[in-house]
Design a protein around this ligand. Structure first.
Ligand SMILES: NC(=O)c1ccc[n+]([C@@H]2O[C@H](COP(=O)([O-])OP(=O)(O)OC[C@H]3O[C@@H](n4cnc5c(N)ncnc54)[C@H](OP(=O)(O)O)[C@@H]3O)[C@@H](O)[C@H]2O)c1
Length: 345
């Protein structure tokens, strides 16, 4: 294969690999920001207005997700309060809920899960310059300020961007975490350029469906993997070559198929330095972080019709258990989104 950059997106030995990845320094520090909850949820004034939210009071299986009335967050001077129309569901939401990372970082209960939101700015803090009340936004919010499975959530200017105009709120909520992961893997880390070839594992899932389209929009040739049922989707998303991983075991051979000088990015495990050296290639592990500028660039590609968003299932907020159970299968086509309010007219 030519000039191969590999975004390794599949689920290899899931728990172990993810644990290693998320808590390999310096990734551990970054992830800590994701799993700490602020006292904004637990310690809000009792006189504050309330909202519906999905709340976790203790680590456990999906059933610890409780649909409850909780205090509505109040934005600080550097935050916007967003009336959340829809919240995206990611595999990591269930991992945090289960306590997978508790031995590294203690969470503060009660906590509201969810990093992806799309909604309308309700109120802007005094130091906010980019947004005003009424603006449609989407954001990758920090759990330390309260998560997205709720009627209201707060975000900073560096976490939020204007919602792409072509998208509904449900579609927009499917974008931030996975699209930023794909962008940061391909563009920031592997420095993908036109004419290169990219192998994307798990091309039909949340991250992979964006990775295929971002790579194509940057002029790359794309080879993508998924199971038999999703071969058609890989092609529809723009993959030049679709590989059925149930017939051709590919992901374990990533190091061996990359041309000398090529680059591997893994989002599900620690990069193997010895393998990189053996094959004369470079590589890195990635832990996604919020980036409003990149969200704006992704939104531009969406509004130019270069990226489309696949939402395979929309569920009401009170069905968060079902949503997380489906996402935990590791076989979601595109994304699952919790719809929290009707689209504003
Ligand atoms: N490091 C980070 O910052 C970061 C950020 C986001 C996500 N992640 C992790 O990256 C992984 C993917 O996330 P996602 O949101 O895209 O998940 P997802 O939506 O569940 O997608 C999973 C993808 O993997 C494919 N897949 C499942 N089993 C496979 C196997 N045995 N071999 C090859 N491919 C397989 C699925 O295809 P089929 O359905 O066709 O089987 C699907 O395309 C998750 O483990 C997630 O936790 C990490």
């Amino acid at each position: 294969m030519d000039d191969l950059s590999v975004a390794q997106l599949s689920a290899e030995s899931k728990t172990k690999m993810i644990e290693k990845l998320y808590f390999t320094k310096p990734l551990r520090l970054l992830f800590a920001a994701l799993i700490c909850l602020s006292s904004g949820v637990a310690g809000a004034q009792s006189s504050a207005p309330t909202m519906k939210a999905v709340v976790v009071h203790e680590y456990g299986g999906p059933k610890v997700l409780k649909y409850e009335d909780v205090p509505r967050p109040e934005p600080k001077e550097n935050q916007i309060l967003v009336r959340v129309m829809a919240a995206g569901v990611n595999p990591v939401d269930g991992m945090i809920r289960s306590g997978m990372f508790a031995k590294y970082e203690k969470d503060v209960f009660p906590m509201i899960p969810g990093a992806d939101i799309a909604g309308v700015v309700e109120k802007a803090g005094s130091k906010i310059t980019k947004f005003k009340a009424g603006d449609p936004v989407y954001a990758y919010v920090s759990l330390k300020n309260g998560g997205g499975y709720a009627e209201y959530a707060v975000a900073t200017e560096s976490e939020a961007s204007q919602k792409p105009k072509l998208l509904t709120y449900v579609e927009a909520a499917a974008v931030p975490v996975v699209a930023l992961t794909a962008w940061q893997a391909l563009i920031d880390t592997a420095k993908l350029s036109a004419g290169q070839t990219v192998l994307i594992h798990g091309g039909s899932g949340g991250v992979g469906s964006f990775a295929i389209q971002i790579a194509k929009a940057h002029g790359a040739k794309v080879i993508a993997t998924a199971s038999t049922a999703n071969q058609d989707l890989l092609k529809q998303l723009g993959a030049d070559v679709a590989i059925d991983y149930t017939k051709t075991k590919f992901e374990a051979r990533s190091y061996g198929v990359v041309k000398k000088g090529g680059f591997i990015v893994t989002i599900v495990g620690r990069i193997d330095q010895a393998e990189l050296e053996k094959h004369g290639i470079r590589g890195a592990s990635l832990s996604v972080k919020p980036d409003s500028g990149e969200l704006a660039e992704i939104g531009k590609l969406i509004d130019e019709n270069k990226i489309r968003v696949i939402v395979s299932q929309t569920l009401p907020l009170f069905d968060a258990i079902k949503a997380q159970e489906q996402v935990a299968t590791g076989h979601t086509r595109g994304k699952i989104v919790l719809k929290i309010a009707d689209e504003p007219k």
